[in-house]
Design a protein around this ligand. Structure first.
Ligand SMILES: [Zn+2]
Length: 275
C-alpha cells in the first residue's frame, strides 16, 4: 500500500482503488503519478466543449459575479481556452484576461484580442489585489499545485473580490470509475466517468479555499453541460446522455434538499467564495 501526504490538507492518503490515492481528511482522490499532457480532444470536439456546451454555464457565472461585484473591473479566467468566457465577460463590461498553458488555445484567445498569460498562475507574477473576480472552470483538477494556485488567487483578488469555481465532483465520478473498471459499461462502449490528477469532493474544495484564506464559501451542484460534448455516451449517442444528465442533476438537487445541504451528488460542483 502506497502512503503519501494529501497536497490539499496534509493528512495521510492511502491507495484505495486502481491508481488513485484517497485522503482520509478532506476526501481528495489523486493519482500517485501525475499525468501532464494537454487534453487530446479530437478535431472539432474542443469547439463543442468550449463554445456551445458551456455558454450557459459561463453566462450563469457572469450573472452571479455581476451581482456580488457590481463595480466589475478586472476578471482573470484560469484555463481560458480560446477566450470564450472572457469575450462574454467583456460584453458585460469586465476587463478580462486569461491564463492558458495550451499554446494553440492561447493563440486563439490572443487572436481574439485578449491578454493571455502562459504560465501557471502561481508563477505568472500578476499584480496582487488587482482583480475583482477570478473564474476557474475545470482547471483545479488538472493543476500541478492546486493549493499554491488557490493561495495565489486569493492574493490576486481585491478585498471583497470573488472566486467562481466549477469542477468535477469525485463523489459522483469515483463510483462510476469503479463500475467502468468492472466492465459494467463496456457493452455500451460508454465511459462516463471523468478522472484527473486531482478529484475533489465538496469538502475538499471547501478545505482548499479555507486554507487559502477565503470566506463565505458556498457550494452547489452544477447544472450539466448541454448535450454530450465529450462524447462519452458511446452507442447511446448524444441525446440520451444529455437527457440523463439533466434528470440526474434534479435527483442530486433532491438529495441535497433531503440532507439539508450536506450531500452533494451532482456530477460537477460550483463553489463561490470571497476574499
Ligand atoms: Zn486531504
Amino acid at each position: 500500500m502506497t502512503k503519501q501526504t494529501c497536497p490539499v490538507c496534509g493528512a495521510a492518503a492511502v491507495t484505495t482503488a486502481m491508481d488513485l490515492l484517497e485522503c482520509g481528511g478532506c476526501g481528495l482522490a489523486f493519482r500517485a503519478e501525475k499525468y501532464f499532457g494537454t487534453p487530446a480532444y479530437s478535431p472539432g470536439l474542443a469547439d463543442g466543449i468550449y463554445v456551445s456546451a458551456k455558454a450557459a454555464l459561463f453566462s450563469g457565472a457572469l450573472d452571479f459575479l455581476s451581482t456580488v461585484v457590481p463595480d466589475k473591473g478586472r476578471l482573470l479566467d484560469i484555463g481560458c481556452a480560446g477566450g470564450e468566457l472572457l469575450q462574454a465577460a467583456a460584453a458585460r463590461g469586465w476587463s478580462g484576461e486569461g491564463v492558458e498553458l495550451d499554446p494553440q488555445l492561447a493563440a486563439k484567445a490572443v487572436a481574439g484580442g485578449l491578454k493571455v498569460h502562459r504560465l501557471p498562475v502561481e508563477k505568472a507574477g500578476l499584480e496582487r489585489s488587482s482583480f475583482g473576480a477570478v473564474t476557474v472552470f475545470e482547471v483545479f483538477c488538472l493543476m500541478d499545485k492546486p493549493a499554491a494556485a488557490a493561495a495565489e488567487l486569493f492574493h490576486l483578488l481585491k478585498p471583497g473580490g470573488f472566486i467562481y469555481i466549477r469542477d468535477f465532483n469525485a463523489a459522483f465520478h469515483l463510483p462510476l470509475y469503479r463500475m467502468e473498471e468492472l466492465g459494467l459499461f463496456a457493452f455500451l462502449g460508454a465511459s462516463p466517468s471523468v478522472i484527473h490528477n486531482f478529484n475533489f469532493r465538496a469538502k475538499t474544495l471547501k478545505v482548499l479555499l479555507e486554507r487559502a484564506g477565503f470566506r463565505d464559501i458556498r457550494i452547489r451542484n452544477s447544472r450539466p453541460t448541454a448535450g454530450d460534448p465529450y462524447r462519452t455516451g458511446g452507442r447511446l449517442g448524444g441525446f440520451l446522455p444529455g437527457a440523463l444528465k439533466v434528470l440526474y442533476y434534479w435527483l442530486a438537487q433532491a438529495l441535497r434538499g433531503l440532507t439539508l445541504g450536506r450531500v452533494f451528488a451532482g456530477s460537477a460542483l460550483i463553489v463561490t467564495a470571497r476574499k
